[in-house]
Design a protein around this ligand. Structure first.
Ligand SMILES: *Cc1c(COP(=O)(O)O)cnc(C)c1O
Length: 393
């Protein structure tokens, strides 16, 4: 038996009804096909403009093949936590590869980006320290900071002047850790890394960046916004995920050898969980091969995104400060965003309505994330469909 007590069920039901009234109730939509630009939903093929599969690698035949080979060689499960007996040579190979890719001394792989973020921040900040967060940092970073034991200060989104004033009053803390997304996941805008580097120097702080949406996409070699901004050597800790542009699953942390050794010995999201399958590591390595060999994927993706942003800005639509493959179209109220998303689905475009609490109240939006599998005609037809839906909704 696993039913909850009836009173609890009444509580859950009531809470869900309250969400529904405000247009905030969410459900999951099942896809009947592999991740890709065209997916089947409810028996229909639609254009999927909401995944993080930016380079169309989630179902790439070379990666699928690498996974099949790895499963043949290593089996599926890893058997234990990394420290017990779960580390296999593919884990270590991937870590050397990731460290080289990010230009860091060392790297450590985790089962997910969420776990990597918890581990990275808990190691770098605790009691007596302070974590400085951008207000729009990813939920995993906020959870990590809040549960770290450190004091937490949030600064207004990308407001480095306010951050400076907060840092002015943080001298009493033992360590100061500035934490930022590099591409913000709901807005597609970029952190001002050069300004953050300057502040970290001036205030003797450490800088931790989450390149989840940038890894494989931005920078001349796809290494991320730190590469794009030319500040890789000034970043203390880099977090990334294997599950977005790299098309697989898992997360990683890059930093100094001393820091990574410390993580191995202290990070609970590393120690108290089973190692990811060796095949997941093989998939990530195959994805890195493709990122390095096929820069045209990210070039095409960013060109298409620039075209979409230009079209929407010309129409006066509110897309904020997006500078990446993530392009939000702010419409205000949650109900309107949901109506527009439904109307777009009717026309064959899977574009999600993003509502509070994921984004601040009154800034509900349609959030488009493009993939390198899109062509110019896909972007044109999306722009036309959104125009039609705006006129009708
Ligand atoms: C998606 C995301 C994560 C979590 O990565 P997973 O591998 O999906 O757990 C962490 N940080 C940011 C900014 C993200 O967008």
């Amino acid at each position: 038996m696993c039913a909850s007590p009836p009173d609890d069920d009444a509580y859950y039901t009531e809470a869900m009804e309250a969400l529904a009234v405000r247009g905030l109730r969410r459900g999951m939509r099942a896809i009947d096909s592999p991740a890709g630009l065209r997916v089947r939903v409810g028996g229909r093929e639609v254009l999927c403009l909401c995944s993080n599969n930016y380079l169309d690698l989630a179902n790439d035949p070379r990666i699928v093949r690498a996974v099949q080979d790895a499963v043949e060689a290593w089996g599926w499960g890893s058997g234990a936590s990394r420290l017990v007996c779960g580390t296999m040579t593919p884990h270590q190979r991937l870590e050397r590869r990731l460290a080289a890719f990010k230009g860091a001394e060392a790297a450590l792989v985790f089962g997910s980006g969420y776990q990597a973020n918890l581990a990275a921040i808990h190691a770098a900040a605790g009691e007596g320290d302070v974590v400085l967060l951008d207000k729009l940092d990813h939920a995993s970073l906020i959870d990590a900071a809040r549960s770290s034991g450190a004091a937490v200060r949030a600064f207004p989104h990308r407001d480095t002047e306010r951050l400076r004033r907060i840092l002015d009053r943080c001298g009493r803390y033992r360590r100061r850790l500035i934490v930022t997304d590099t591409v913000f996941s709901m807005d597609g805008d970029l952190a001002d890394l050069p300004a953050l580097v300057e502040l970290k120097r001036r205030y003797d702080a450490a800088l931790c960046i989450d390149e989840a949406h940038a890894t494989g996409v931005l920078g001349p070699r796809g290494r991320g916004v730190a590469e794009l901004a030319g500040v890789e050597a000034d970043v203390d800790i880099t977090i990334g995920t294997l599950s977005k542009a790299l098309g697989g699953v898992g997360g990683f942390v890059c930093g100094s050898q001393a820091y990574v050794d410390y993580l191995v010995n202290t990070a609970r999201p590393f120690i108290y969980t089973t190692a990811p399958p060796a095949a997941a590591c093989a998939a990530a390595e195959a994805a890195l091969d493709i990122v390095e060999a096929e820069p045209q994927r990210r070039v095409r993706l960013l060109e298409l995104a620039a075209t979409l942003r230009r079209s929407w800005r010309e129409r006066g639509y509110d897309i904020g400060e997006s500078e990446s493959q993530i392009v939000p179209l702010r419409v205000g109220e949650a109900e309107r965003a949901v109506r527009l998303a439904n109307a777009l689905l009717e026309r064959g475009f899977l574009v999600p309505a993003i509502r509070p609490p994921t984004v601040p109240r009154g800034t509900a939006r349609l959030r488009v994330s493009l993939s390198s599998a899109c062509g110019p005609s896909d972007v044109e037809s999306l722009v036309a469909a959104v125009d039609a839906c705006f006129a009708a909704t």
